[in-house]
Design a protein around this ligand. Structure first.
Ligand code: GLN
Length: 534
């Protein structure tokens, strides 16, 4: 039977519960355990696919095409493992399942209630995340303890813990421990209140992870006090996690305090000590003095850095692999519209145009692609970043001045990017795009083929619009290289520009498959060229 680790958060959101959960996962994998993860998000959307990234951060896509919370990206990167549709549930999804069952008569006669029906559904998805070959399931509950939306999840965990029996579950609670300058000390009261909230629901934390700002100390006395007020065995069960230089340091920080050993003790798991040499080497490289490379991400969801988290991580992985540190600036394409591409981009070594939806800022992205093409600046376009590169090439090289995507101009005479036939009559917005893993065949002489080192690959998608094959011959004859195709559906997947040191754009999202210890070849190639130009 699988054992369970529940990770909850208190005091404030954005504590980095996901990073903590992912770090625990990494340590348990290094102890030889088979780990699965599940994120439970209490909001009512069925999935984050319809949410603005400025509100909720990036939408991460799994191999099997599920639009998920960005924490799944952290899990995949930390655990170096792909997760599937079972890894993320929202209240919307849970209720959809229940309502579908109700309509089909499965509960015939019953009045459907939060307890027991919603909690039973939640327990079932938690059980489904376990299995014969899963040693440990890490379940992270989104939001903060005390949120109205999260109540059913915590109640389900309370019930589930009773079924699991002690020794088979461990509850990790993450809280904020502020340092007050005026008082000259850290304050444990918010943590005490948060745990009081938890215990009033019938949950008791086994380990408390205290998040603090960098350079804040948590003394043995602080730990003792937290343990006493929060019903822990001793101060040993209080783990201090200050802000780190890199998120990849967190597994090392919590391992030094014995957290993975304690978890295994609580779960009665006999495991060897983890071998963290490789991970430590990677972190040492992150922390070492490295030359800097300046990378611009020209996007539109610039309010929160999390909107492009997989892209920024992929750039960091690839830079490190080239022994450079990336200084990443997220630039609004609307600024480029106002001030011109050269003005804003002249000091950058490479440019990435990531995915996006809707017409705001599109012309600025097109100007960005033009600037990079004409000035031989290394360019990597991701999804929308490919579509606008095709529009730019059609307009400025092939002289098709009104070339556009039908996403932005439905009645354009030259739809070089258009909606797929299968998408034409789709009116629903949720989960109706081309999603998840598709094959791609790379052409023999392409740069992409050389970078990947193999002719056949598969990558993840999330889009409605596609390259319009009617323009293919005309654009190819002028130097647009069709470097990758999905042969099953006759769809263009990768374009390159001939006579350019590095101009690659993909209809898919390579950033989702980059890992800290396994950077993505297209990002590695981009950074390598940027360094060569320096
Ligand atoms: N808006 C474009 C489409 O739907 C691109 C999507 C994206 O960049 N993820 O095709």
């Amino acid at each position: 039977m699988s054992k369970y680790i529940f990770v909850t958060g208190g005091v404030v959101s954005s504590l980095g519960k996901g990073i903590t959960a992912a770090s625990i996962g990494r340590l348990l994998i290094e102890r030889g355990l088979n780990v699965n993860v599940q994120k439970l998000d209490p909001y009512i959307n069925v999935d984050p696919g319809t949410m603005n990234p400025a509100q909720h951060g990036e939408v991460f896509v799994t191999e099997d095409g599920i639009e998920t919370d960005l924490d799944i990206g952290h899990y995949e990167r930390f655990l170096d493992k792909n997760f599937d549709h079972n890894c993320n549930y929202t209240t919307g999804k849970i209720y959809s399942n229940i309502i579908a069952k109700e309509r089909s008569g499965e509960y015939l006669g019953a009045t459907i209630q939060v307890v027991p029906h919603v909690t039973s559904e939640i327990k079932q998805v938690m059980r489904d995340a376990g299995g014969k070959d899963v040693d440990v399931v890490i379940i992270e509950v989104g939001g903060t303890v005390g949120d109205m939306e999260g109540m059913a999840y915590l109640e389900a965990i309370r019930q589930f813990e009773r079924e699991l029996k002690p020794g088979n579950y461990c509850h990790v609670h993450c809280t904020l421990v502020p340092y007050l300058d005026a008082a000259g000390e850290v304050k444990t009261k918010p943590t005490q209140h948060s745990v009081k909230e938890l215990t009033s629901i019938g949950l008791n934390p086994d380990i408390i992870v205290c998040r603090t700002n960098r350079d804040v100390e948590l003394t043995p006395n602080n730990r003792k006090k937290i343990a006493m007020f929060c019903n822990l065995d001793s101060g040993e069960y209080v783990v201090h996690c200050p802000d780190c230089e890199t998120i990849y340091e967190v597994p090392l920080v919590i391992n030094k305090q014995g957290m993975d050993r304690l978890i295994c003790k609580i779960l009665n798991l006999e495991t060897p000590e983890p071998n963290l040499t490789k991970w430590q080497e990677m972190v040492d490289l992150y922390l070492s003095q490295l030359p800097v490379i300046n990378i611009a991400i020209v996007g539109k969801y610039t309010e929160v850095p999390d909107s492009y988290i997989s892209v920024t991580e992929a750039i960091k992985h690839a830079s490190l692999n080239n022994k450079y540190r990336a200084k990443i600036s997220i630039i609004s394409s609307e600024d480029i519209e106002m001030m011109g591409a050269k003005e804003i981009l002249k000091n950058f070594d490479a440019v990435v145009v990531p995915g996006g939806f809707g017409s705001r800022g599109i012309e600025g992205k097109i100007l960005t692609a033009q600037y990079c093409r004409e000035n031989k600046v290394p360019y990597l376009g991701l999804c929308l970043g490919m579509q606008i590169a095709v529009i730019e090439f059609a307009r400025n090289v092939a002289n098709i001045t009104d070339a556009h995507s039908t996403e932005f101009n439905e009645s354009t005479n030259n739809p070089v990017i258009h909606i797929m036939d299968s998408q034409k009559d789709v009116v629903e917005k949720g989960a109706t795009m081309r999603l998840g893993k598709y094959n791609c065949h790379l052409s023999d002489n392409s740069m992409s083929r050389r970078l990947y080192g193999m002719p056949d690959i598969s990558e993840r998608h999330r889009h409605r619009y596609e390259f319009n094959n009617e323009y293919r011959n005309r654009l190819e004859s002028l130097g647009l290289v069709i470097a990758g195709e999905n042969l099953e559906n006759n769809l263009v997947e990768v374009i390159e520009i001939a006579d350019h040191p590095y101009f690659i754009a993909t209809q898919y999202h390579p950033e989702f498959k980059s890992r800290p210890n396994r950077p993505h070849p297209l990002f590695v190639g981009l950074i390598r060229q940027a360094i060569a130009n320096k």
